[in-house]
Design a protein around this ligand. Structure first.
Ligand code: HEC
Ligand code: HEC
Length: 486
């Protein structure tokens, strides 16, 4: 929900207490004590220090115990949450001011609704819940001149954005089995989308430049999820490389690719790519949320004092007779270092919701068929975190994200600007319907539910798709119950 009062560790403690039937008087360290103590380890999806037992509509918004127990971190978490929920405005002197002059959204939460995944859309306006980023590229994989790696569709008058929007078309897809299982049942049996799979293609609305390459393409990518990113940040690089080596030695088509090793300015060391759909970012210290707080809004700060605008865009404004002096002049600081520090603790500190119903016989059967179908080859069930200086309590936690943090070729029909996709974590997906009110998944949200998500596995994932298709109906349903439970 947009614009609600800040929810913080006290609320976390209160919710945990209520679910345990206790009086709401717990503070600080009590949050951990409020966790059910004797469940099997798989229930603590984010480890004891990273898991919340709130399963309500706010399930994705809770502070991890590692943050809630530390008053300093808890205060930063609250500050960061306020920035995440804020609507940024153009007036540089107003609170949360400095938006633009060219931008693609005015609030984090518009794209990360209720802290969860965004949903399918047919246009690209700044609507709540539309989390698409769009890449405008040539067939030989270069971003078209004048665009940056995310499409800006808003500009403050008199400036004009590189394009006024996107028109998204949903295309029906029929596989070689006529969208049916071997037993004859159609995909999405009995639902409003019976027998249907669909995927999006996108076109620019009113591009600004006269000379667009004739065959330019637009690829859209949606949000992955925020909770648990701090824990994934804490997985040691050597462990990811060991998983990579394991897959190279495995017989069969599954051979994950790791992100590049990149030199990072923040510590002068090389780090391994693990964030975004294409492992382009090595750590949250130089990752999506950190960069988004500059690039999405053009809110400048001490370490990013320039505008996020393409030189060809500025040139075009000049050509149109507009004053470009404000675009090239030194920019004032619009987000303070303290605010940025809060934002960083906030999304690093979001807890993962605990697993549910793991002892249910159907869920247990679902786990068996998940493992037997080869899903875990890429959706690696667990990891152990290493030291994590930003949130020390995250160290040495056994976590259950169900991702190998590697990229895979998912087949031609899934290809976008980059043909390989990082395996997304599956933790907490079962709570999307409760927390965000939809179940759209995959990089461009082509899947409307778990069943469709599995049926969009081609390329390295096709053997698992076939294994799923060939299950008995009750086992297919059991697998989905398992996905809902983790
Ligand atoms: C225009 C939509 C949009 C806005 C606004 C936006 N994001 Fe994102 N965010 C995305 C998309 C899309 C991804 C998916 C990863 C990628 O490819 O960058 C993402 C990824 C992330 C991730 C990493 C998730 C992961 O699992 O790797 C974090 C953290 C994040 N965003 C935080 C923020 C914060 C904080 C803000 C506000 C400062 C913000 N985002 C604003 C669209 C947006
Ligand atoms: C070859 C590696 C691989 C295998 C095997 C695999 N997956 Fe995936 N899975 C992926 C990748 C990569 C994506 C993201 C692809 C995209 O977004 O286009 C994904 C996406 C998903 C999603 C959507 C998640 C989200 O949040 O968007 C679900 C659900 C899923 N897989 C479940 C399964 C199940 C169940 C199986 C076994 C039947 C399976 N996967 C087998 C790699 C794999």
């Amino acid at each position: 929900m947009k614009k609600r009062i800040s929810i913080h560790w006290l609320t976390f403690a209160a919710a945990a207490c209520m679910s345990a039937g206790l009086a709401v008087e717990a503070l600080g360290t009590a949050t951990v004590a409020m966790q059910p103590a004797n469940l099997p380890e798989e229930y603590y999806t984010g480890g004891k220090m990273g898991t919340s037992f709130n399963h309500t509509s706010r399930a994705l918004e809770m502070a991890a115990p590692a943050v809630a127990m530390d008053p300093k971190l808890a205060a930063l978490f609250d500050e960061g949450e306020g920035i995440f929920e804020a609507d940024f405005v153009v007036d540089p002197n107003a609170p949360n001011g400095g938006l633009g002059p060219v931008f693609n959204n005015n609030s984090c939460e518009n794209c990360h609704p209720n802290y969860g995944r965004a949903r399918r859309f047919s246009s690209f306006n700044m609507e709540f819940g539309n989390g698409y980023l769009a890449l405008v590229s040539t067939p030989d994989h270069k971003i078209v001149d004048g665009f940056r790696f995310m499409l800006q569709t808003k500009a403050v008058a008199p400036y004009k954005p590189p394009a006024e929007g996107l028109e998204i078309t949903w295309n029906e897809y029929v596989d070689k089995y006529d969208n049916k299982y071997p037993d004859g049942t159609p995909y999405n049996e009995g639902g409003e989308n019976e027998g249907s799979l669909s995927y999006p293609t996108a076109k620019l609305v009113k591009p600004l430049y006269d000379k667009m390459p004739e065959d330019y393409r637009v690829d859209i990518e949606a949000t992955i999820g925020l909770y648990g990113t701090g824990l994934l940040d804490a997985v040691p690089e050597e462990a990811i490389m060991a998983e990579y080596e394991r897959q190279q030695k495995m017989p069969g088509p599954i051979k994950g690719r790791h992100g590049k090793w990149k030199m990072e300015k923040y510590d002068g060391k090389k780090h391994l790519g693990r964030f975004t759909w294409h492992n382009t970012r090595t750590s949250l210290e130089n990752g999506p949320g950190y960069n988004g707080s500059w690039s999405v809004y053009n809110i400048t700060r001490t370490d990013k004092p320039e505008l996020f605008a393409h030189p060809a865009w500025i040139e075009k404004q000049k050509e149109m007779g507009l004053d470009i002096e404000p675009l090239v002049a030194h920019q004032p600081v619009e987000l303070t270092d303290e605010q940025l520090a809060g934002l960083m603790i906030w999304f690093r500190g979001l807890a993962v919701p605990a697993a549910r119903n793991l002892d249910d016989p159907t869920v247990k059967r679902g786990k068996e068929v998940f493992l037997a179908s080869g899903c875990a080859s890429c959706h690696k069930p667990s990891w152990v975190t290493g030291e994590y200086k930003y949130i020390p309590g995250y160290a040495n936690q056994k976590i259950w994200p169900y991702t190998d943090l590697l990229m895979h070729d998912m087949g031609e029909i899934n290809h976008g600007f980059v043909p390989f996709f990082r395996t997304p974590p599956l933790w907490g997906r079962g709570l999307m319907a409760t927390a965000v009110d939809h179940t759209d998944m995959m990089h461009d949200l082509r899947a409307r539910n778990f069943e469709e998500a599995i049926l969009w596995h081609f390329g390295e994932g096709e053997e698992a798709r076939e294994a799923f298709r060939n299950l008995k109906k009750e086992d297919r349903l059991a697998m989905i119950e398992f996905l809902k439970a983790i």
